[in-house]
Ligand binder design. Structure first.
Ligand code: HEC
Length: 211
């Protein structure tokens, strides 16, 4: 009736767990290696290799501004030309470009001399001035004389050309709706071809130049 104490004791001893080395499954090793490979690959692609431009790109506001794209384009030249126009042309042609018929100053708004395909004629007349009759929008103006405003601009020849180019860009943009910038090099070439001239231009002469 009583169980044999010896046998039950020995059964318990046999059931005791034992610590043995179990080899790691191959699939787990493969998974870890591929994860390591993938993360190294990802870091290589997107990590920037701890490059300071990536991890601490800017140290100040000035630094940020240095990397902003420059405004550039026609807008800067138009703004510069607007100021030069106010200083050198508006006294006769008015800031609004309507001209002043009382003084024989023709309008610039929609003028064919302003809107011409190239800026050659306007560069010529700004440089050396204009006298004699001139037809603008079908109306003849013959009582005023435009002085050689361009030649008398302050600065070296290169500076004059740059200023005339900015004025021409502004006038053509503002009063002729032309969005092409007049380049300094173009004005320099025009001025080089007329550099020995002292007299004002006439309408007849301007019409012989490229439109
Ligand atoms: C002293 C007054 C005066 C100033 C300053 C002056 N102009 Fe004129 N401008 C005239 C007169 C007058 C005429 C017409 C001349 C003529 O009848 O032959 C004229 C003609 C013109 C024309 C051709 C006709 C037309 O209306 O399209 C243009 C373009 C022009 N001027 C642009 C300018 C620009 C740009 C400036 C400044 C760089 C300027 N002028 C400065 C008086 C002036």
């Amino acid at each position: 009736m009583n169980a044999d104490p010896k046998s039950s004791c020995s059964e318990t001893t046999e059931g005791e767990p034992t610590a043995t080395m179990t080899p790691m499954p191959v699939w787990l090793v493969a998974l870890m290696v591929s994860l390591l490979f993938l993360s190294a690959w990802y870091f290589d692609l997107y990590g920037g290799w701890f490059e300071s431009k990536v991890f601490s790109p800017y140290v100040s506001v000035a630094d940020v501004q240095r990397f902003q794209p420059k405004t550039g384009g026609i807008a800067d030249t138009v703004a510069r030309g607007k100021k030069l126009f106010a200083d050198n042309c508006a006294v006769c042609h008015m800031e609004t470009g309507v001209g002043n018929p009382a003084n024989g100053c023709p309008p610039l708004i929609d003028s064919e001399w302003v809107k011409s395909p190239t800026a050659t004629r306007i560069a010529m007349l700004i440089s050396k001035g204009l006298s004699g009759p001139i037809t603008v929008n079908g109306k003849v103006y013959n009582t005023g004389v435009m002085l050689a405003v361009g030649d008398s601009l302050p600065g070296s020849e290169a500076e004059k050309a740059e200023k005339i180019a900015a004025i021409a860009t502004y006038v053509r943009f503002q009063f002729g709706k032309i969005t092409v910038e007049t380049k300094t090099a173009q004005v320099q070439a025009v001025r080089e071809s007329i550099k020995d001239r002292t007299a004002n231009f006439t309408e007849e002469e301007l019409l012989k130049a490229e439109p």
